[in-house]
Design a protein around this ligand. Structure first.
Ligand SMILES: O=C1O[C@H](COP(=O)(O)O)[C@@H](O)[C@H](O)[C@H]1O
Length: 482
């Protein structure tokens, strides 16, 4: 993942530039998507940029009724406190917009009150507000950055940095007053399409340099702020002082790859580099977010893996696809989009709540009419499909309980035709699969699959190891023989 860096002469020009970019971006996005979700930041340049938006005549080109405002963090203080980011944003911009911006579009983080007595309560309430709005992908997420490299209220060394599986977190002991805060988590920040980090002043130079050189997020939280489509650093010259003068900085724009610290970071960087080939559209991002908001485990395929499945389905001309293990419907959507007119996909899910979330996402993505989500133990559902003499499937994707893989493979034979393709996911398991006595029954399930395939007359197979954002794993590719 590279970060684009744009350097400005000083903090005043920077704020004007952020405002101009934001207004142009809003108008641009509104030409093809609505509503638009923007996350505001507090901080010196953040608030100055909002004032510049208010002062710009271009603000009238934006349809503010289609803009929703969120916050990346909040100082946990009573409503109206002048130190609240919300209060400052209202003074700088929101009040000036008046009726043009509907009050229900302003999603401020809850203030300290008798009903919301702790940062955790405020974080929970904000997470609910976000989920109730459909957990939208933020179009632009603005982040100020402190001299210590903090973004939102994610401070160096704080436990909030490690919080995953939820969009918000209560923060205590902030080194910058006030000590209690509410913040978006990395999960929420990294779900944004575009992340714009704004920083001005020599006191930020060290943190800017560390973040752009890929320092660990634990010491420089800003290094971990990445957008799914773009990460843009908008800085002034003073804030680039310690960057030296790399050739790229002699112009106003530079692209900085973050240096990886570990092998898995490198894999992630490489996945990000190639992600231009496998962009997620809004429906895929929404499907992923709905799964996260619903508390589903983060074990869906990565975008590049989803695209691989899609390409396989297209290359084999699959008209009927069977998926064993729906989860939130993310891989389902990649596969469903490979189907030609009149094609069909059947996906099997054990958990009713997972199936409900997937069904909703698939309907919203426009594929619900040709995708059936069948709920219950997959082995039973497969038996029913066999008993019903269901028309054979052309491609099967198995991504469910690994201990049952051998059984699923035998059942698959009764549901496919010679030449059909089967993909079995997660068969390397960080390399654990080579240990004969491994205690994990999922590992034993994969080993039983290999045992079965070595002597099976009707399967031809290979396994490919993979590394990437999902760690070290791999998939088996099988062809059904006659
Ligand atoms: O406390 C905060 O500080 C940061 C950065 O503020 P700055 O004045 O150094 O620019 C800000 O991004 C964050 O939203 C805010 O709560």
């Amino acid at each position: 993942m590279t970060r684009d860096v744009v350097v400005h002469p000083d903090a005043r020009v920077l704020a004007e530039s952020v405002a101009a970019r934001l207004l142009t971006h809003l108008v641009d996005v509104q030409s093809h998507r609505s509503p638009v979700h923007v996350v505001l930041t507090g901080g010196t340049v953040g608030i100055a940029s909002l004032a510049a938006v208010a002062a710009s005549p271009v603000r009238d080109a934006v349809d503010w009724s289609g803009v929703h405002l969120w916050w990346g963090d909040e100082r946990f203080l009573p409503e109206g406190d002048p130190d609240r980011n919300e209060t400052q944003a209202r003074d700088a911009l929101i009040d000036a917009l008046g009726d043009a911006l509907p009050v229900e579009n302003v999603h401020a983080m809850p203030a300290l009150s008798d009903d919301v007595p702790t940062p955790e309560a405020a974080a929970d309430a904000y997470a609910q507000t976000f989920a109730a709005a459909g957990s939208p992908a933020f179009d632009v997420l603005l982040l100020g950055m402190g001299p210590d490299g903090h973004v939102a209220s994610l401070f160096p060394g704080h436990e909030a940095l490690a919080v995953t599986g939820r969009p918000t977190v209560g923060v205590h002991g902030s080194p910058k007053p006030p000590p209690e805060r509410v913040s978006l988590t990395y999960d929420a920040i990294r779900g944004a399409r575009e992340v714009w980090v704004v920083a001005a002043g020599a006191e930020k130079a060290q943190a800017v340099a560390s973040a752009l050189r890929g320092a660990p997020v634990d010491t420089t939280p800003a290094a971990g702020a990445l957008g799914t489509e773009r990460t843009l650093w908008l800085v002034d010259i003073a804030a680039t002082e310690t960057l030296g003068t790399p050739a790229a900085l002699s112009t106003t724009t530079a692209a900085f790859p973050a240096a990886p610290e570990t092998a898995s970071e490198l894999w992630t960087h490489v996945d990000h580099y190639f992600s231009v080939l496998t962009p997620e559209d809004a429906a895929l991002v929404d499907t992923r977010h709905a799964a996260t908001a619903g508390g589903l485990p983060d074990i869906a395929v990565a975008p590049n893996q989803g695209k691989l499945l899609q390409l396989l389905a297209q290359a084999t001309g699959a008209r009927r696809i069977l998926e064993i293990g729906t989860l939130g419907g993310y891989s389902t959507l990649w596969l469903a989009r490979a189907l030609p007119e009149g094609g069909h996909l059947t996906t099997l899910e054990l958990e009713p709540e997972h199936a409900r979330i997937a069904t909703e996402s698939l309907a919203q993505a426009g594929v619900g009419s040709f995708v059936d989500v069948l709920v219950g133990p997959a082995a039973d559902t497969l038996d029913s499909l066999i008993a019903e003499e269901t028309e054979p499937y052309d491609l099967v994707f198995i991504d469910a309980d690994k201990q049952s893989i051998p059984r699923y493979l035998e059942q698959t034979l009764a549901l496919t035709h010679p030449g059909a393709v089967v993909v079995v996911d997660n068969v390397v398991r960080g390399g654990a699969v080579i240990e004969p006595d491994h205690a994990d029954e999922r590992v034993q399930g994969v080993r039983a699959m290999v045992e079965l395939l070595t002597r099976h007359p009707r399967y031809d197979a290979t396994v490919v190891q993979t590394v990437g954002t999902k760690g070290y794993d791999g998939f088996a590719l099988l062809r059904v023989l006659g």
